[in-house]
Design a binder for this molecule. Sequence first.
Ligand code: SF4
Length: 196
Amino acid sequence: MYRELSKSGLALPSAERLADITCCPGGDTCQLGITSSRGLATALSKLFRNGRSQDADLKDLTIKISGCPNSCGQHHIADIGFYGGSKLVGGHQIPTYTMLLGGRIGAEGADYGKQILRVPAKKIPAVVEKLLDLYKSQKKENEKFRDFVNRVGFEDLKKSLEPYSALPDTLAKDFLSDWGYENEFKLALGKGECAA
Ligand code: SF4
């Protein structure tokens, strides 16, 4: 069975590590979905399949993504969570994600992450890399991500990450499409229910 699954690309390394990102069906198939949470999850997991997922400081971090605020991707209980939205810029709709930090779930209970920033979809890998670099360089020994976020504080982290939320005056074509798509992003909600 393992050999057959491997042939279909279903035996990738990093299960239950940083690269093993949770996401909902998102706008690809969900009538309520705004952004392609699966497209973003694929882009991010590729970023971490270079061995970063095995980094002892990072391997237990969780990233979870929902394609709209409805939380089916469980973004609210992730170390780093995202939910999709859109923003009108210069007559174009841009896919965006609101980023939450410091959520968790465990035997001792759950805490919701706090919203910190809204970022264009195409800048998410860059903002995640910056955040992980900050964590690695500033964390104390054995300090969990959530504890790091609370110690450094949301305001200081926001200042460091805010440049990633900005859009250039002239939008590059890349910002106009969502992950996994080449055509321009259009908000297209349908009739029906959540697909999760
Ligand atoms: S309704 Fe649920 S499954 Fe659909 S995009 Fe929103 S969070 Fe994802």
